[in-house]
Design a protein around this ligand. Structure first.
Ligand code: SF4
Length: 182
């Protein structure tokens, strides 16, 4: 038979050649898997982040673009969601004017725990171009706790995607460290 005519895997015989030895753990508890429950939950949570997204200003256009097919956030498990009731992450995209302070706090409080916040762009981070303006909050962290800041005016979609990946890393690291301080 010609080599080109052989099927992949043809000639394979179980038990022949090199194979790793069974670990002691596998011999004692075959097919058992151990992990901290916090880390397992974190693995599920970080790969299924539903974002409560609302646009406050120009940064929102970049956020919308990040959700579109070219960048395809779905592949990270990120689904945009119009209600706080089932959302995991609030993306604050744009200028936080003082009139919006109370609605933002209310939406945050309506989100179930665990929840996270991304401040997208310089306005949401520290007021940006409206620094010390009479009508603008100097960063959304004056209202609610922020986990990740995405710099830029506006940040490109790639920057927001990087911010989301940073948040995923934070969720996993926090779970790994949970219970250690006590
Ligand atoms: S950071 Fe720049 S792009 Fe984003 S909302 Fe503020 S002014 Fe607009």
């Amino acid at each position: 038979m010609e080599i080109g005519e052989m099927n992949l895997g043809q000639g394979y015989q179980p038990g022949r050649g090199n194979s790793p030895a069974d670990s002691v753990f596998n011999r004692a508890l075959p097919n058992a898997l151990t992990a901290k429950s916090d880390e397992l939950f974190a693995l599920a949570r970080k790969n299924s982040l539903w974002t409560l997204s609302f646009g406050l200003a120009c940064c929102a256009i970049e956020m919308i673009s990040t959700h579109m097919s070219h960048h395809d956030l779905d592949r990270f498990g990120v689904v945009t969601w119009p209600s706080p009731r089932q959302a995991d992450v609030m993306i604050v995209a744009g200028t936080v004017v003082k009139k919006m302070a109370d609605p933002i706090k209310l939406l945050y409080e309506q989100m179930p725990d665990p929840k996270w916040v991304i401040a997208m762009g310089s306005c949401a981070t520290n007021g940006g171009p409206y620094y010390r303006s009479y009508s603008v909050v100097m960063g959304v962290d004056h209202l609610i706790p922020v986990d990740v800041y995405v710099p830029g005016c506006p940040p490109r979609p790639e920057a927001l995607m990087h911010g989301i990946m940073q948040l995923q890393e934070k969720i996993q690291k926090d779970a790994a460290q949970s219970g250690e301080a006590g």
